[in-house]
Ligand binder design. Structure first.
Ligand SMILES: *Cc1c(COP(=O)(O)O)cnc(C)c1O
Length: 396
């Protein structure tokens, strides 16, 4: 049996992958078990913003592997403090709590907001409310799927965690109406990735900031997919010059090497956590921190963000020139696009299968949308080639 068959026989069937068996990756390219190469236009859902095995990141990992990999938080390590300082500075905030996966960062943000609500805002015990949005995606834990509107993610996993109210995305009045005295946080994606790269109306992020400030509510930006260069800026919130109270980060923070996530906030908010009140065995381990520090260093110069912005403008032009009979809508920001197929076209999955045959890997989302999120290392020529193959695919 090959790897795909083994997975099918012995693995859980909780994914429906494109049937390609990968053995090697370098930059924007991956190779399958038969030596055929593909452009990677998914980048592991933006966890590979710097491509496969970027030399600077591999170097940082190797150097740390040769010294110290894990201490647990029972002891200190020399990487963690520097990681916290450097990431806090990149965010324009003051304090970092390291975790591993994105869902853990979201869970941590929820706990932080609730405890802040009880201890600082004075919300009565167990009454805290967090506002979330239709079509959200924040991860897979039982609490997070409790407020997922996606039946696949949500159904049959109850009983569900209360304390969340779900309102329309991008609607300022709905947000004003939903906030009450017990509201501790607004948890949102500045661009909804899993929903198909949904971009909120201009001004919405600024309105969320204003409404949160006026009502003493924490603004929690889940930038796990949108952040760290993808949207043409370090954070998608920067598009409207907005600084949230809390950033949730993950995916690209680990450089495609380690699972690394973090909650970043002001000192005043973070200080509601005291010893033993939250933690993670692997969170803040020196190997993860060494890789993530290199990611932060790469983002500090702004060159990757600029590259995403410039290549993104090019990508947008190319996508807009696709046949209107095939494409209903193109949504994009930075090097990140959702291509919504016109009615009557093959499904997103079918398009991805044909595109794969032409040497390009991408993944559908929500049935009729193809998501494009190439590594920020991709060249303009590679991008043009990929889009030419997409045009061919859509011609049928
Ligand atoms: C991927 C993602 C998560 C969950 O991250 P995991 O590492 O898969 O747990 C949370 N929020 C957003 C916006 C994401 O894209």
């Amino acid at each position: 049996m090959n790897g795909i068959e083994l997975e099918d026989k012995y693995g859980a069937h909780n994914y429906f992958p494109v049937p390609v068996l990968l053995t090697r990756g370098e930059g924007s390219w991956v190779w399958d078990s038969e030596g055929k190469k593909y452009l990677d236009l998914l980048s592991a859902y933006s966890a590979l913003n710097f491509g496969h095995r970027h030399p600077r990141l591999v170097e940082a990992a190797k150097a740390q592997l040769d010294t110290l990999t894990l201490t647990s938080r029972a002891f200190h390590n020399t990487q963690l403090g520097l990681f916290c300082q450097e990431l806090a500075e990149l965010c324009g905030l003051e304090s970092v709590l390291p975790m591993n996966t994105g869902a853990e960062a979201v869970e941590t943000g929820i706990k932080l907001a609730r405890k802040w609500g009880y201890q600082v805002k004075g919300v009565p015990r167990d009454q805290a409310k967090i506002i979330v949005f239709e079509d959200n995606f924040h991860g897979r834990t039982t609490t997070i799927i409790s407020f997922s509107p996606d039946p696949d993610a949500h159904d049959h996993f109850g009983p569900y965690t209360p304390g969340f109210e779900c309102i329309p995305y991008g609607d300022v009045e709905a947000l004003r109406a939903a906030i009450d005295d017990n509201t501790v946080a607004v948890l949102f994606e500045p661009i909804q990735g899993e929903a198909g790269v949904i971009i909120p109306p201009e001004g919405w992020l600024r309105s969320v900031r204003e409404i949160c400030t006026q009502n003493n509510v924490l603004m929690i930006a889940d930038e796990i997919q949108s952040g760290l260069g993808r949207a043409g800026t370090t954070f998608a919130c920067e598009h409207e010059n907005v600084l949230p109270d809390v950033y949730l980060l993950g995916k690209a923070l680990g450089g495609g090497i380690m699972p690394v996530s973090a909650v970043v906030s002001t000192r005043a908010v973070m200080d509601v956590f005291g010893p033993n009140q939250h933690g993670s065995t692997f969170g803040g381990n020196p190997l993860s921190c060494a890789v993530a520090r290199e990611v932060v260093a790469m983002l500090r110069t702004g060159e990757w963000q600029q590259r995403a912005s410039e290549l993104g403008a090019h990508l947008r032009l190319r996508l807009e020139s696709l046949d209107g009979a095939h494409v209903k809508e193109v949504r994009s920001r930075g090097l990140w696009a959702g291509i919504e197929l016109a009615p009557g076209m093959p499904t997103g999955r079918e398009v991805c299968m044909t595109w794969m045959g032409k040497g390009v890997l991408a993944k559908d989302t929500h049935g009729s949308t193809v998501r494009v999120a190439p590594p920020l290392t991709i060249t303009e020529q590679e991008l043009d080639h990929a889009i030419a193959m997409l045009a061919e695919t859509l011609q049928g």
